[in-house]
Design a protein around this ligand. Structure first.
Ligand SMILES: Cc1cc2nc3c(=O)[nH]c(=O)nc-3n(C[C@H](O)[C@H](O)[C@H](O)COP(=O)(O)O)c2cc1C
Length: 312
């Protein structure tokens, strides 16, 4: 996820049991042009495996070259994002715009498969809008073009993130193709994952927004799928320790100052639902040093443990 699934986050997600992690989406043009910023997004550490590098783009020749370059980084998979609704990506004909032209989609996927030395998977939305849902045709095109699996975010492009994902789309896609289908849309807990698997027959579930600032969700989902029971949320101490670890991992990759600036956004996601969250968020956006982060986490622990003590 753009701005979210950094190396630090991916490592934490893997530690909590995510079966597969993805890089942020990366421009195939950026890869081919050897842009420093783009190449930095391609690196990962062995502990993050299995890992997919996600590419977007709508030019088959560029995609072919990008897939070959990305293969040198030896990811476990290359994933093509044909589902991104963001205007900047769509207007360049990347992301969900390809859903309007399945001939082009076929060429882009075939080109990636031909250029890649690892399996290529595809991520789709259900269609461009509710009137033109083409995920079944798009899924079949992806399969014929050599994709090894399809992840379906069961919303249309014009649906952006509103309304409910229509899990029936996932079920119908699963019935229409023989390669694995990964279901995506509105999973917020283990119980949701169980329901999606039961209702759709999908081979795996993908978690988006509910994993932001919440890498524990993977442990919770695995536990529910194995036992049918819900794990309690982690206690404040565990959360604070993990946030420190997240900052440490970012510091290794980016240096202290940049890491703290990145932690402003990261912490705002971890702090959803915290007691005193609004006040802490005001401080968060001004953090400059590791000491500021420590002081903030101490305050979080004081506020949240105090309240846990009064509840008992
Ligand atoms: C901030 C943000 C960034 C995202 N970045 C990407 C991305 O880079 N690639 C991608 O395939 N999907 C991306 N998505 C979409 C999610 O992967 C997912 O398909 C969508 O949020 C629906 O799943 P959910 O209901 O579990 O959130 C992003 C979503 C959000 C909210």
């Amino acid at each position: 996820m753009a701005g979210v699934s950094t190396g630090a986050y991916r490592l934490l997600a893997r530690r909590f049991g995510a079966a597969l992690v993805y890089t942020e989406m990366i421009s195939s043009h950026g890869v081919v042009q050897d842009s420093q910023r783009t190449i930095a997004l391609l690196s990962f550490t062995p502990d993050e495996r299995p890992l997919a590098i996600q590419l977007f783009g709508a030019n088959p020749e560029v995609m072919h070259r990008a897939a070959a370059i990305v293969s040198e980084f030896a990811p476990d998979l290359i994933d093509l994002n044909l589902g991104c609704p963001v205007r900047k990506v769509v207007t360049r004909n990347g992301g969900a715009a390809i859903l309007k032209d399945l001939g082009l989609a076929r060429e882009v996927i075939s080109a990636a498969v031909a250029g890649s030395r690892v399996p290529v998977t595809v991520k789709l939305r259900s269609g461009w809008d509710e009137q033109t849902k083409i995920y079944i045709e798009a899924g079949q095109v992806a399969q014929e073009a050599g994709a090894s699996a399809i992840a379906l975010h069961a919303r249309t492009r014009s649906g952006l993130y509103g309304g409910k994902a229509d899990w029936d789309d996932i079920r119908r896609l699963k019935e229409a193709v023989s390669i694995p289908v990964i279901g995506n849309g509105d999973i917020t807990c283990g119980e949701d994952a169980r329901r999606m698997i039961d209702q759709t027959g999908c081979d795996a579930v993908m978690v988006g927004r509910a994993a932001m600032g919440n890498p524990w969700i993977f442990r919770e989902i695995n536990h529910f799928l194995e036992t049918g029971r819900t794990l309690p949320p982690p206690p404040p101490e565990e959360k604070a320790a993990l946030i420190r670890e997240h900052a440490r991992l970012l510091e290794i990759a980016h240096g202290e100052h940049r890491a703290i600036l990145m932690m402003r956004g990261v912490l705002s996601r971890y702090s959803r639902g915290w007691i005193g969250g609004a006040e802490l968020r005001r401080k968060m956006v001004r953090m400059e040093t590791g000491d500021d982060l420590t002081a903030l986490l101490d305050q979080y622990l004081a506020l949240n443990n105090q309240s846990a003590a009064t509840e008992h």
